[in-house]
Write a protein that binds this ligand. Structure first.
Ligand code: PLP
Length: 299
C-alpha cells in the first residue's frame, strides 16, 4: 500500500491507508457492483471519457443509480490526479480504478433496500518492467476449462465486480504456467480473463463479436487504428481451428495496450513474435498514449 497516494471514497479524499468501508457493503457481501480501470501513462489519463461512458452503461444494466453525473466523476478524477501527480514517478503506469457498489446492505439483504451506492476511486501501480518483457517476448495462453458466462445469464459487455468466472479462468491458466484463453459455451474463442483477443488470418484482423466479450476500450482503439492504417478487421466467431491457421495473435487491455501472444495451447503463430501487424498496432499505441514500454525492458 502506498503511503502517499490519495483516493476518493464516498465523498471524501483520503490517503489510501485511511480508506475504510463497512463489511456490510454489498460489494463485499455479494460482489454487487461495477467497475472501470483507466490507464494513467506518465501522469496522463488515457481515454477516461470512454471508460466513464462504459461505467455508466454498466450502471444502467445493473440498475445502480449513482446519483452523481459523469462530469462530476471526471472532475474528481482529475482533482485526484493533481494530488497524486507528485508521487507517481517518471516512467510510471497506473491503473486508475472507479469502483461502484450498490452500497450498504440491510438486514433484509434485498438489493432494492440497499444504498446509497459506494464510489471508490484509486491509483494502482503497474509493474512496468514485467509488462515490457511480456510485450517484447509475447505471452503464452492456455484454453481453460471454465467457459465465459453466456451473456443471457450475465452480460459480458458489462464490467461487473462479480468476477469469479474470470478469476477461476486465471487460476486454471496459472496452474499451466500461462494466461487464460476462455471459450464461450459453444466452443468459440471468447477472451482472456482480463483482456480481449485478436488473431491475424491472411492479413485480416479477427476478434470475437462484442456480444460475447467485454467491449474493451483498447479493442475499440484497435478498431480505430486499423481503420486509419487500412488493416482489414472482422468481428466474427472463430475457434482453435482458425487460431491454428493464423499468422499472429495478441491481447488488448488498457494498462498494456497490445500484448503479443507467442503460443496458444501449444500452437505458435506462423509469423515471428511480435508479427508485422501487431508491431504496427503497438507503434500506433505508443503514439496514442505517449508511453513506450520498450524503453523499460529489463536487460
Ligand atoms: N476482457 C475482460 C474480461 C476484461 O476484464 C478486460 C479489462 O479489464 C478487457 C477485456 C480489456 O478491456 P479494456 O481494453 O477496456 O481494458
Amino acid at each position: 500500500m502506498s503511503q502517499e497516494l490519495y483516493c476518493y471514497l464516498n465523498g471524501k479524499i483520503v490517503k489510501e491507508g485511511e480508506a475504510a468501508l463497512s463489511p456490510f457493503d454489498r460489494g463485499f457481501l455479494w460482489g454487487d457492483g461495477v467497475y472501470e480501470i483507466t490507464p494513467c501513462f506518465n501522469g496522463r489519463l488515457y481515454r477516461l471519457k470512454d471508460h466513464l461512458d462504459r461505467l455508466y452503461r454498466s450502471l444502467c444494466y445493473v440498475r445502480i443509480d449513482l446519483r452523481m453525473g459523469q462530469e462530476e466523476i471526471e472532475k474528481l478524477t482529475h482533482d485526484l490526479l493533481q494530488m497524486n501527480l507528485p508521487h507517481l514517478g517518471e516512467g510510471s503506469v497506473y491503473r486508475v480504478g472507479h469502483w461502484v457498489t450498490r452500497g450498504m446492505d440491510t438486514p433484509s439483504m434485498l438489493a432494492r433496500a440497499a444504498g446509497p451506492p459506494t464510489l471508490f476511486v484509486f491509483w494502482r501501480p503497474v509493474a512496468v518492467e514485467a509488462a515490457a518483457k511480456s510485450l517484447a517476448e509475447g505471452v503464452r495462453l492456455s484454453i481453460v476449462p471454465t467457459r465465459r458466462v453466456p451473456p443471457p445469464c450475465l452480460e459480458t459487455r458489462a464490467k461487473v465486480t462479480s468476477k469469479l468466472n474470470q478469476i477461476l479462468a486465471e487460476i486454471e491458466a496459472d496452474a499451466m504456467n500461462s494466461l487464460s484463453l476462455m471459450l464461450d459455451i459453444y466452443g468459440n474463442v471468447a477472451e482472456n480473463s482480463t483482456a480481449n483477443f485478436f488473431i491475424v488470418r491472411q492479413g485480416v484482423l479477427w476478434t470475437p463479436p462484442a456480444q460475447n466479450v467485454l467491449e474493451g476500450i483498447t479493442r475499440k482503439v484497435v478498431f480505430e487504428i486499423s481503420s486509419r492504417l487500412k488493416i482489414p478487421l472482422e468481428e466474427r466467431p472463430f475457434t482453435l481451428y482458425d487460431i491454428a491457421q493464423s499468422e499472429e495473435f495478441f491481447l488488448t487491455s488498457s494498462a498494456t495496450c497490445v500484448t503479443p501472444v507467442r503460443e496458444v495451447q501449444g500452437i505458435r503463430p506462423s509469423s515471428p513474435v511480435p508479427g508485422p501487424i501487431t508491431k504496427r498496432l503497438m507503434a500506433a499505441f505508443v503514439e496514442e498514449t505517449g508511453f513506450d514500454f520498450s524503453k523499460y525492458r529489463p536487460r
